[in-house]
Write a protein of this length. Structure first.
Length: 70
C-alpha cells in the first residue's frame, strides 16, 4: 500500500516525496489505494508523477529485470 485511504491529499504528499526520486519507480495498487473509491484518480496521479504502474497484470523491464503486477 502506498497510502492509507486513497485520499487525494495523501497522494499529493506522496507524489511530492516521489518527485526527488531519481531512479525508475514501479508500483502496484493495493487495497488502501481503493479505500476512497477513486483508484483511477490515484493511479493517474502516480503515473503523472513518473511511477510505472503495473495494474491489470502489466509488466515492465528495467535494466533486464522484469517486474509484473497482478
Amino acid at each position: 500500500d502506498l497510502v492509507n485511504f486513497g485520499k487525494t491529499a495523501e497522494v499529493e504528499r506522496l507524489v511530492e516525496d516521489l518527485s526527488v526520486c531519481s531512479i525508475p519507480m514501479v508500483g502496484v495498487m493495493g487495497n488502501h489505494e481503493h479505500e476512497c473509491g477513486q483508484p483511477e484518480d490515484v493511479e493517474r496521479m502516480l503515473v503523472d508523477a513518473g511511477v510505472i504502474m503495473l495494474s491489470g497484470g502489466r509488466s515492465h523491464e528495467i535494466a533486464r529485470v522484469g517486474f509484473a503486477g497482478a
